[in-house]
Design a binder for this molecule. Sequence first.
Ligand SMILES: [Zn+2]
Length: 438
Amino acid sequence: MRDLLIEGGSLIVPGSRPGTVAVAAGDLAIRDGIILSVAGRGDLPGDWDPSIIEASGRYVMPGLVNAHGHAAMALLRGYADDLPLEEWLEDRIWPIEDGMEGSDVEAGTSLAVAEMLLGGTTCFADMYFPMHRVAGVCSEMGIRAVLSQGLIGIDADVDRDMDYSRRFAEEWHGARGGRIRVQLGPHAPYTCPPDYLEAVVALAGELGLGIHTHLAETAGEVETIRSRYGKSPAEYFRDAGIFSVGPVTVAHAVHVDRDDLEILAADGVGVAHCPRSNLRLACGIAPTVDILEAGIPVGLGTDGPASSATLDMWEEMRFAGYLQKGIRADARALPAEELLYMATRGGAVALGLEDVGELRPGFRADVIVVNPDRPHMVPGHDVLSSLAYCAGPGDVELVLVEGRPLVRRGHLLAADLEEIVERARRVAVSLTERVEES
Ligand SMILES: [Zn+2]
């Protein structure tokens, strides 16, 4: 039995209105990685004997959930900027990815996981390849992960792709006490023809897996899918059966109309909103408030660091809020308590994780402690406002995943940071050399 008491902090707890958080003073009790009691709510057992973590004056909140990304692309950070999506992807990103090997993916993922943990992200969704390398890194470094092998259905070997996905799911779905989960990852409507989607849906049904994908990222995608199939991307996926398996998470949903939102809501599809990536690649601005009002679960995702530059979920939160306030000319749109919910529980719901993302008895103890004493956080009139609008990765002092400390006093315990950085630098140079030679 491992008992842990985080004592005396301001706790970020579920709000009285759905989709919000609130502040409560008190202690947080954890046994064997599960939250037992929050600010006096919940029972402590007779043999309760905790180690104490002193958190007086600190902000204690659920770890951030990064609901969509491609972690290993950390190696390509800054490699191809200021280009439109198609050119960026086809001329720059895909050629260098072609030369990537499993060990490179491992190096990039380690760098990304180190960055995420240090910044307070305790759970992330990742779509890349080959995913058993990513799973190995997550297993070792202790972060929670929802992983999907990216499946591109153009000129694909369907049997090979489905075989890999099956083996990957059998080995890793539910591994490490449920800390690692697997989804199937059909890349996007424009890269997956109907017969390919049929194979994906059949495998998802057979293995009981959810799906992670991109949807309606650009206006061009909507046009392409309309001209190919006479449908919107959401209608195309619905008709292919993609939304009938569960849980389903779609990244972006930038170019969606009322009918699309009705489809997503009716099928319980979650959205990973990636505002910084959408802006940098000039894809547009998602109608996030409309999506939420349609009753669709929304989380936040950084997308790959080649498009969003960093894995900073604090910044992602702010972009999400500022954009909606701006385009709706409404300063009340997406207030702090909703942004913090989206960055934590909202992401977990969008990913189909039942017991993650809230400080609530019975939930997994994925917890971070934030330092309120640095100048940009002072005076802290309002805890939620400070966290949503002032805090950054450098303010995170302690990170627990299932009660296990992975960051303490701002230092990574989970792995050797210097070694990770050194290796990532080496691999990034060799990748660019390889693509120049080819
Ligand atoms: Zn993406």
